[in-house]
Design a protein around this ligand. Structure first.
Ligand code: BG6
Length: 483
């Protein structure tokens, strides 16, 4: 369905995120015929350049990040003709009257400001947007992570944006929420009667959420070294996944109905304090090694601070303190340079109460694979076929998206960018959610800082430090990470 006419103003329009994600995503939506004729994409950055030069940059970005078979000459021409450029300085007057003049031509359209810049520019950009009267009835602003490095800075950033925009105009991106398989979590849980009666501490033994990457910090060492895995992945993506697994059914898909339920989960997270930080969290940092990327250097070889104590791996035993989840550990794990790239959620059910088979019977597991090889597997016990005795075998009911649907898996940004135009905030984070997540994260950061311990080393290509294995075995010695 074609969306309403819009002007997308991308601050940081020549930057990495725009080139790698935003422009290819909008191109794909154009390819699918969802972008109306009048729509414009207005790249903004400090150094002035012509529309022609910007279109050249856009073309190169598309060629670099799309498959050759996705490049359609006619659509490409159409897409490039939508792209304009305005040189504008976030922190001064320079260029703002030009931007105002460019936007004047589209004053009745939906207007989206995408702040794909460093967060310290959010405040100055918003102030200038306000000062130059660029906010119409139909205006939205999209902000990218990192939204703060702790609760205080997140509040400060939210205040800066909130001074100019109303909460319902603010779209905070967590790109994990735009992933097909993450959206599918809602379908799986709330469109099937099958799981919900079993979805609690009576039947679920524990939950594992893994987001493993094989890449290292790539060119982002400077940013990453001030962040670390807890801030970069857990505060946002992993806690959002946990919310989707643990939340109560919202009354509808309405943005606030969904976000109210997620907020309740975040508020129910048991605080991790100084006393238990060493038993329920593990920090790691990768050494050189070999993984699916080949022979790779260690973290300290890749960042400028050679004595950095920043973690590139974290494992946490989290608990959701409410009636549904009391006593069910949520094991969270993420890291860079691990053995392979895999994101998945494992819901491990309890064992049957009594075996009549003369042998222990492994428990059922629901494995939701978010990426790659997206799919859902439900591990069941069946009779091993054959004339012999009744022997059991573990098999999976296996649904792989690629086999079940012969369609391209759209990138998360495709959905999110157009949801902004549609005014649908369900897949975006509300202010209180972001701040509540920091409220849980802050004491962990604080306790780590006070203990001043170096992260545990792990070999690139492994599954993280041994201590992560000890963490999951601590409660039940036979419990293992799903690998
Ligand atoms: C980003 C993090 O938010 O998510 C990166 O800043 C990380 O460090 C990335 O690599 C992972 O996203 P995806 O979509 O590749 O799983």
């Amino acid at each position: 369905i074609v969306v309403d006419p819009f002007d997308y103003v991308v601050f940081g329009g020549t930057g990495d995120l725009a080139r790698r994600k935003l422009l290819p995503a909008l191109y794909h939506r154009d390819l699918d015929g969802q972008i109306p004729d009048e729509a414009r994409i207005i790249g903004v950055s400090r150094k002035p350049q012509s529309d022609k030069a910007y279109r050249e940059l856009v073309k190169e970005a598309l060629e670099a990040h799309l498959k050759p078979e996705e490049m359609d000459k006619k659509v490409l021409q159409r897409f490039l003709a939508r792209c304009f450029f305005v040189g504008c300085d976030a922190t001064s007057e320079a260029g703002w009257p030009d931007l105002a003049a460019t936007l004047e031509a589209g004053k009745d359209r939906i207007r989206a400001f995408y702040l794909a810049t460093s967060p310290d520019l959010f405040g100055p950009i918003c102030d200038n947007i306000g000062k130059h009267n660029l906010i119409t009835e139909q205006t939205r602003v999209v902000v990218e992570k990192p939204l703060g490095k702790d609760l205080a800075s997140a509040k400060a950033t939210n205040d800066e944006v909130g001074r100019i925009f109303k909460e319902e105009q603010i779209y905070r991106i967590d790109h994990y929420l735009g992933k097909e398989t993450v959206q599918n979590l809602m379908a799986l849980r709330f469109a099937n009667a099958l799981f919900e009666p079993l979805w609690d501490n009576a039947y679920i033994d524990h939950v594992q959420i893994t987001v493993a990457e094989s890449l290292g910090v790539e060119g982002r060492g400077d940013y990453y070294d001030t962040s670390g895995a807890l801030r970069d992945m857990v505060q946002n993506h992993i806690l959002q996944l946990l919310c989707l697994v643990a939340m109560e059914a919202p009354s509808s898909m309405d943005a606030d109905a969904v976000r109210d339920e997620k907020l309740k989960v975040l508020k129910s997270l048991k605080p991790i304090t100084d006393g238990d930080v060493n038993t329920v969290t593990v920090r790691g940092q990768y050494k050189s090694g070999v993984n699916e990327q080949g022979v790779v250097p260690g973290y300290l070889d890749e960042v400028s601070n050679k004595s950095s104590k920043t973690e590139t791996f974290v494992a946490i035993k989290a608990e959701v303190g409410n009636w549904r989840w009391a006593g069910v550990p949520f094991y969270l794990r993420t890291g860079k340079r691990l053995a392979t790239r895999v994101s998945e959620i494992v819901v491990a059910f309890k064992e049957i109460p009594h075996s009549i088979f003369g042998e222990a019977v492994p428990a059922n597991e629901l494995v939701i694979r978010l990426q790659p090889d997206e799919g859902v597997k439900l591990w069941l016990m069946i009779k091993d076929p054959g004339p012999g005795g009744l022997r059991l075998k573990r098999v999976a009911l296996d649904m792989t998206f690629a086999n079940a649907f012969k369609v391209r898996n759209p990138d998360a940004y495709e959905r999110l960018l157009l949801d902004v135009v549609r005014g649908n905030a369900t897949l975006f984070m509300r202010r209180d959610e972001v701040e509540q997540a920091w409220t849980w994260i802050d004491p962990i950061l604080q306790a780590w800082k006070e203990s001043d311990k170096a992260p545990k080393p792990y070999m690139s290509g492994s599954w993280g430090p041994d201590e992560a294995r000890d963490l999951i075995r601590a409660d039940v010695p036979t419990r293992e990470w799903h690998e």
